[in-house]
Design a protein around this ligand. Structure first.
Ligand code: ATP
Ligand code: MG
Length: 282
């Protein structure tokens, strides 16, 4: 069985950037649920903040897990504007952005009314451009914007993808993993066409294999190898099961890099940050 890769991928390409002075927007995606999107988003933010990067986490999921992980209150449409209302009204999200316990990490919280976003976005007639328009207000404030997508291929995730410069696809070792990656790639191509952008304008930064349990049976070991050697997308990191480090960090509202900086768990996310081309190895 191949061992977990924690060393940086050699020759990682420089990330093709947006305009100078503007944030690089990354869609953290997979329509398959529970694969580690939110866990990787929060902890990659921690690894980037450690390098002094200013990071905005946009919680794109009405479940609100990224918001809750930052110990920030969810927004409530009965009490004021939400990400959904600002998005649909093509407004400025800055008043909604909250600080977290890590000075360089801010979060645009989620809210329950985001459940209705797909249908409301379709009614707008300009759905695919809405996230890009909203984020245009904050591009100059951050180095990296991480979009924590919900597990779906729908109008909202299309618009989030259309706003992105790059994507990191999270996967778990599961018999449906390769199929899920294929569907994700198909969405990326379809969205780029709808957004009238060239296919390669969305940089697929890599696959991250999350929630790895070892030892593996033969079936999982085969899937794991297929993911590690994916024909078109390089594997930029792996996150084995580390419930204690991750839960204890989340319980205090910190990424593991800040809460338990010397653990191997922190190292997994530092490696992802380097392999994605977002920071240089220390
Ligand atoms: N490496 C890991 N070790 C232990 N637990 C993990 C690990 N990665 C994720 N988890 C746990 O697995 C569950 C799913 O992870 P997470 O919420 O990050 O996935 P997700 O892809 O964002 O899910 P969803 O599709 O619902 O948004 C969570 O309870 C999380 O705490
Ligand atoms: Mg999630």
């Amino acid at each position: 069985m191949t061992e977990t890769t924690t060393a940086p991928v050699l020759g990682a390409p420089a990330v093709p950037g947006p305009r100078p002075g503007e944030a690089f927007i990354i869609a953290m995606c997979n329509q398959k649920g529970g694969v580690g999107k939110t866990t990787t988003t929060i902890n990659l933010a921690g690894a980037l903040a450690e390098h002094g990067r200013r990071v905005l986490v946009v919680d794109c999921d009405p479940q609100g897990n990224a918001t809750m992980a930052c110990k920030v209150p969810l927004l409530d449409e009965d009490k004021g504007p939400t990400q959904a209302t600002v998005l649909l009204e093509m407004g400025d999200p800055r008043p909604l952005i909250a600080e977290t316990k890590v000075p360089n990490i801010h979060v645009l919280p989620a809210s329950m009314d985001m459940c209705f976003l797909p249908s409301r976005m379709r009614e707008s007639g300009v759905s695919v451009s809405l996230y890009r328009r909203m984020l245009s207000h904050v591009l100059h404030l951050y180095d990296v914007i991480l979009l924590d997508l919900r597990p779906a291929l729908d109008t909202d995730t299309d618009a989030q993808t259309a706003a992105a410069n790059g994507a990191i696809i999270l996967v778990d070792v599961d018999e449906w993993a390769m199929k899920a990656v294929k569907m994700q790639q198909a969405q990326h191509i379809a969205v780029m066409r709808r957004a009238e952008r060239p296919d390669d304008d969305l940089a697929i930064l890599g696959l991250v294999i999350g929630r790895i349990v070892k030892p593996m049976g033969d079936i999982d070991a085969k899937i794991y190898r297929q993911l590690q050697r994916h024909p078109r997308i390089r594997c930029i990191g792996e996150v084995p099961i580390r419930s204690t480090d991750l839960k204890e960090s989340r319980a205090v509202g910190l990424p593991v890099v800040q809460h338990r900086p010397r653990t191997d768990t922190a190292g997994f996310f530092r490696t992802i940050a380097v392999n994605a081309g977002l920071v240089k190895a220390a």
